[in-house]
Design a protein around this ligand. Sequence first.
Ligand SMILES: NC(=O)c1ccc[n+]([C@@H]2O[C@H](COP(=O)([O-])OP(=O)(O)OC[C@H]3O[C@@H](n4cnc5c(N)ncnc54)[C@H](OP(=O)(O)O)[C@@H]3O)[C@@H](O)[C@H]2O)c1
Length: 334
Amino acid sequence: MKKNILITGASGFIGSFLVEEALNRNYQAFAGIRSASSKQYLRDQAIRFLELDFSNSHLLDMALAGYAKQYGRFDYIIHTAGLTKTINKAEFDFVNFEHTKSLVQALQRNNLVPDKFVYISSLASFGPGNGSDPITSTMARQPLTEYGKSKLKAEQFLHANPAFPFLIINPTAVYGPRDKDFFFLLKSIENHLELYIGSSEQLLSFVHVHDLVSAIFLSMESAAFNQSLLVSDLQTYTAKKVNQLIKERLNKKTISLIIPPNVAGAFAVFSELIGNIRGKVPIVNRERLKEFKAKNWSVDCSEMVELGYEPKFNLEEGLSHSINWYKEQGWMKR
Ligand SMILES: NC(=O)c1ccc[n+]([C@@H]2O[C@H](COP(=O)([O-])OP(=O)(O)OC[C@H]3O[C@@H](n4cnc5c(N)ncnc54)[C@H](OP(=O)(O)O)[C@@H]3O)[C@@H](O)[C@H]2O)c1
């Protein structure tokens, strides 16, 4: 008998790869989506779709109980659905915290608690590292943004329910095929512009989406419970090194611009005004700027390594892999 796994946020960048990996590992994959979600990367006929409205507990109960009656209980749930950018900051709390709480409570109410509930949180719920020390799982939390705070609140809710079998994954910046955020950096260098906010010596960490997905399944299938696991590619890069690696791979010469934080702040306000008019969240906004300005996003992933995690991609390899994909898809010039 195949085990049932529900992946919420299945239409998104990370969620769509989680669904693929679930099928590769011979799970019966249930893709949790919304009625308007794209199925562009969810084409496999073996996927079963489940429309979930986390804001309506009655509809949520009906959907979960209905599917469980037809297909059996979900053995595992990976809750990936989340809001990473929005014009209205209050939405972070609503989607990332309230929706997570609603889903957990609906599972408890309907006696559908899975063997493990994996919550995809973020490094943003920790906030940056102190000095040049890497962020550790035991570090005092100091999220900078409303996004980070909403993720932390969801984590605190899970910790307040120790009888509920959960695991929290805190990935650093994720990149790879299908991603549109890191792609912005590639495009800027393709257009000969190398941008820094404040300093080029900022410490950064990354994880390729394939490695993140492996880490999530590894920990989900392990004996680890009720703890937070940080995930990166186990390396630390300066912002300058990241840009240099991209330039080498794109074979581009660039003009380097170090933007003072107050100028970047004014630009973010302007971008938000335009974004409000166009109904789009700009890549550079005041919330994101807080993270762009922080000096240290290096990570200690010891707990994940103890579980046997071995990333396959460092940034050099991951960038080449991603750029090939963007070129094949026509997102970048060949
Ligand atoms: N990408 C990163 O660098 C990164 C790093 C750390 C953590 N994370 C976390 O990983 C998760 C996935 O991120 P991603 O990069 O894959 O983002 P994404 O591509 O924007 O995907 C987000 C997913 O969440 C769903 N979603 C958003 N709002 C929802 C709502 N109100 N109700 C139900 N579903 C909703 C989206 O559904 P629709 O398609 O219908 O909009 C989509 O499937 C998020 O929780 C994020 O916080 C991401």
